[in-house]
Design a protein around this ligand. Structure first.
Ligand SMILES: [Zn+2]
Length: 501
């Protein structure tokens, strides 16, 4: 069907819940010793098919699964980070269905006794407000393999079979595509800050199903539609947006929404019904007789609690409270652990060289640089902070010199570019390029006098009330000094010279 035109449809209230599958970064698979994690430099597609398999993960008869302790720990950490209650006893269950990429004929998952329940995740909305989304449950399970279909035949790659996942299921607490996007981004930050997943969405290591329904405000819940397997923040928002409009249109025109599973067509920006064989049937769940229950005691939970890092929401709070950053900047800085840690390291260096009264200003300048130039260069070059030549000391030195007005902001950008390229220190680059800012009145005042003498017409206009011409004179001085003059001082001295002449 065609995408409904948003301007024609009065949208109804949306009710959205998300189920997120997160691939855990354990060294080995969930029930065998096959490698689950690939070296960071190798992508899944580059590994030879069926090279990371054994009789257990390929479901040979007579083999027995052994649960990976690390998977349980990672799930507990996900639960603690989202304020869930950790179940002292949970069960592994068989979810029975037939599909060629599932060699056992069932997936080992959890059903009525998941590891974690009843949590909450604080999210930051695009307008900077915080909202709480309740977490219904978190359970562990194994991934299936992958079928690749060609014309006339299909092939199987079981490298992914038995790779550990946690599924994090929210309550239907989100009311717009933007809220769903914010929740997903927050959850992504949480699992990557915890270090339990690399969160690589392109590889499908963080993927999302969305349950979407619409209703008249205040009415009972409508029939929900499930959108399967979306692995981009942008696509999930688009898929939900389309679905809300589609359902609104169906109901407005007197129809009924059918309960079904749909997939997102990213090319057309629409959702389409999935083939019925992929729809949920009766899975006949029952506890797996090959695996004993998982028992988690209080000591274990306490030990894992101690190992929790500072999470994105706490960091945002700290940045706002101690550095006076805006909620927006704090949100950008905590969008990835790498960025947040880099910023903290820059601030550690700055704290040693900055008096307390100036620290807030330094913190804001540093945040602007990290959220601006640093993120821009990372995006442009495809590098990470680990692979780039930029160090926290580089940025701290740059911020310090800006603060002392020894370099101009234009000069700082040039210096930053050179530092990024060469890895040289800021002072080395400044000496090499002659980029020190001129603040010396003995140099600048004669230049200002010269400019004023050269433009008598503009001087007369300024004096007759055309204040805006100040910019013209400052511009001329900057031109004369090849951008090296301190613009604040030039502005002040040009005004003085013009009013005293
Ligand atoms: Zn295996």
């Amino acid at each position: 069907m065609k995408a409904p035109k948003s301007q024609q449809v009065r949208r109804l209230e949306a009710v959205i819940g998300l189920e997120v599958h997160v691939q855990l970064s354990t060294a080995s698979k969930i029930f065998c010793s096959c490698p689950a994690r690939l070296p960071a430099t190798v992508s899944v597609s580059e590994i030879e098919a069926n090279s990371h398999v054994c009789p257990i993960c390929t479901g040979h008869p007579g083999t027995l699964p052994v649960l990976n302790r690390k998977v349980v720990e990672f799930a507990i950490q996900a639960g603690l980070a989202t304020q869930c209650a950790i179940n002292p006893k949970s069960l592994l269950a068989r979810k029975n269905y037939f599909y060629p990429d599932l060699p056992k004929g069932y997936q080992i998952s959890q059903y009525d006794e998941p590891m974690c329940r009843n949590g909450v995740l604080g999210i930051q909305l695009p307008n900077g407000e915080e909202k709480r989304v309740r977490i219904h449950r978190i359970h562990i399970e194994e991934d299936a393999g992958k079928s690749i279909h060609y014309s006339g035949f299909s092939v199987l790659n079981l490298n992914r079979a038995g790779v550990p996942l946690v599924e994090i299921v929210s309550e239907p607490d989100m009311a717009s595509p933007a809220e769903a996007g914010a929740y997903l981004r927050e959850l992504h930050s949480v699992v990557t800050f915890l270090g339990i997943s690399d969160g690589n969405m392109e590889e499908g290591n963080f993927r999302c199903d969305a349950n979407v329904s619409v209703r008249e405000p205040g009415a009972e819940l409508g029939t929900r539609v499930e959108i399967k397997n979306v692995n981009s923040f942008k696509f999930i928002e688009k898929a939900i947006e389309f679905e809300v409009l589609r359902q609104s249109e169906v109901l407005r025109s007197g129809g009924t929404v059918i309960q079904e599973t749909r997939s997102f067509d990213s090319f057309r920006g629409t959702t389409v019904p999935m083939r019925s064989k992929e729809e949920a049937e009766d899975y006949r769940y029952f506890p797996d007789p090959d695996l004993i229950p998982i028992y988690v005691d209080g000591d274990w939970i306490e030990e894992l609690k101690k190992r929790l890092p500072e999470l994105p929401q706490q960091r945002r709070g700290r940045y706002v409270a101690t550095y006076g950053l805006s909620a927006y900047d704090a949100g950008l800085l905590t969008s990835s652990r790498e960025i947040a840690e880099f910023y903290d390291q820059v601030m550690e260096v700055l704290k040693k060289s900055t008096v307390d009264a100036e620290l807030t200003q330094s913190a804001k300048t540093a945040a602007n640089w990290v959220c601006g130039e640093v993120l821009r260069m990372l995006n442009e070059t495809g590098q990470t902070l680990q692979t780039s030549k930029l160090t926290p000391h580089h940025l701290a030195e740059l911020v310090r010199l800006l603060q002392l007005q020894q370099i101009s902001s234009t000069g700082a950008k040039q210096i930053f570019g050179k530092v990024w390229e060469t890895g040289k220190s800021v002072s080395e680059v400044i000496q090499g390029e002659g980029l020190v800012q001129i603040s010396d009145p003995a140099v600048l005042k004669p230049i200002i006098d010269k400019i004023i003498a050269a433009f008598p017409g503009q001087v007369a206009e300024y004096r007759s009330g055309k204040d805006k011409l100040i910019g013209f004179f400052v511009g001329q001085v900057m031109k004369e000094t090849q951008g090296k003059a301190n613009p604040t001082l030039v502005n002040e001295w040009v005004r003085q010279a013009l009013s005293s002449g």
